[in-house]
Design a protein around this ligand. Structure first.
Ligand code: NZQ
Ligand code: ZN
Length: 386
């Protein structure tokens, strides 16, 4: 096992009425000026806004609202939020939404504390922000696990890069399954696949021999597959929803990554696809995964064969490792179709004349992947996904 240090800064309040039960005490620890950040308005339709605003007002806070955070949040939106936070001397940010709102606020919390342009500071000067506006997250859409890590995926529209910026950890995250029950089913499915992808991308990293992190990871994958099927059977099944929310948080809270260098090549490719097409993250991953995995097959045989048996329950008897590895990719592909995810970019509405060459050329090649991809081969992968 690789050397590691483990500690966790985010306190999780999980369960029904978690906001009512935990937020008043958390708000006592922070200053008076609170920014309530959210997306396009789903929280106003499902009652979450009214409930949280009531708690904030009862706590005597001055509330600054920052709304309209879009899916695949842009760097320009981050700058607007940071300016507003500075102007109103915001002491604390309450981010309410899915991965997009939660990520956007991580970067706002850092940008509001420095005069440098954060993108230049982090990506060109290789600086790490050290001061942040403290934050809490209220999860209304699960999948990314963004509430439990300090990476933020932000689209720089002018540079055409969807990349990671490092912000703060949330001091707490509220995960109330009831808050997610109004998610569109399409988002439930794509969020669940995103979480499954995080597990697989971590599993496919190094070291490649079985270890505790991977065994916990296999359990998370089984859980996501089982509970997504249960949800499709009964969309309002709160028990299945609760499992999915926690599995998604587990997939990105670092526990599965302990002692590993992760792969995340599929993610790097999908992020650039997103930079050029503004597509849905989980759906882009669903198209890319089986195609990319066929390219990785010769190098990834042992791990794929383990996933076939330990996650998908495929019988190993009388089968070679290479056959099991192929069966894994076929089964993953079938599952993607079974749950209604797209298998081609065309099914996602991505134009056939998207600039696939630029997408491949701008994709980061990852260190943990068992295969060293070239930009040319990534272009082949993209063309096979069309
Ligand atoms: O904006 P509103 O009106 O709130 O609607 C949202 C949005 O349209 C809606 N929604 C959220 N909660 C709802 C709801 N609708 C009804 N009822 C509710 N309770 O759902 C839509 C999608 O939300 P969004 O936050 O965009 O989705 P997701 O959680 O999938 O986040 C995607 C972003 O996260 C990044 C992705 O790249 C993408 O930018 N990721 C962040 C990661 C991280 N920080 O760890 C890891 C991931 O790999 C990913 O890259
Ligand atoms: Zn993801």
């Amino acid at each position: 096992m690789n050397t590691f240090t483990y500690s966790y800064p985010t306190k999780v309040y999980f369960g029904e009425k978690a906001a009512k039960n935990s937020l008043p005490a958390e708000l006592k620890k922070v200053g008076k000026n609170v920014m309530l950040a959210y997306g396009g308005g789903s929280i106003k339709k499902n009652g979450v806004y009214d409930e949280l605003m009531g708690i904030l007002k009862a706590a005597g806070k001055n509330v600054t609202e920052f709304s309209g955070i879009m899916s695949n949040p842009t760097y320009n939106k981050v700058q607007q939020g940071a300016q507003l936070a500075k102007k109103n001397s915001v002491d604390f940010i309450l981010a309410v939404g899915g991965g997009s709102v939660i990520d956007c606020c991580k970067v706002i919390s850092a940008q509001a504390k420095i005069s440098d342009d954060l993108w230049t500071f982090e990506t060109e000067k290789h600086g790490s922000p050290s001061e942040f506006i403290p934050m809490g997250a209220v999860v209304t859409a699960f999948g990314t696990g963004a509430e439990m890590n300090n990476g933020a995926v932000i689209t720089h529209e002018e540079k055409k890069i969807k990349g990671a910026l490092w912000g703060a950890f949330y001091s707490f995250a509220i995960l109330d399954p009831v808050y997610t029950m109004t998610m569109p089913l399409r988002q439930v499915i794509s969020g669940s696949f995103d979480a499954l992808s995080h597990c697989m991308e971590t599993y496919m990293g190094t070291p490649r021999k079985t270890n505790l992190s991977d065994e916990i990871n296999e359990a998370c994958q089984r859980n996501i597959i089982r509970n997504l099927r249960a949800t499709l059977n009964e969309p309002q099944d709160t028990a299945a929803r609760s499992e999915l929310i926690w599995a998604a948080a587990m997939a990105e809270n670092g526990i599965l990554k302990i002692g590993k260098i992760t792969d995340f090549q599929a993610h790097m490719l999908e992020h650039q696809l997103g930079a050029y097409t503004n597509c849905n993250h989980g759906e882009g991953l669903a198209v890319i995964h089986p195609v990319l995995y066929r390219h990785m097959l010769p190098k990834a045989q042992a791990q794929f064969a383990r996933l076939a048996v330990n996650v998908w329950g495929i019988s190993p008897y009388g089968k070679s490792e290479s056959r099991l590895a192929e069966e894994f990719i076929n089964t993953l592909s079938d599952f993607i179709k079974e749950v209604g995810l797209p298998a081609k970019f065309s099914e996602m509405g991505i134009a056939d004349d998207a600039d696939y060459k630029a997408i491949a050329d701008s994709t980061v090649l990852t260190a943990g992947c068992c295969k060293e991809f070239t930009k040319e081969e990534l272009l082949e992968v993209l063309n096979e996904c069309r």
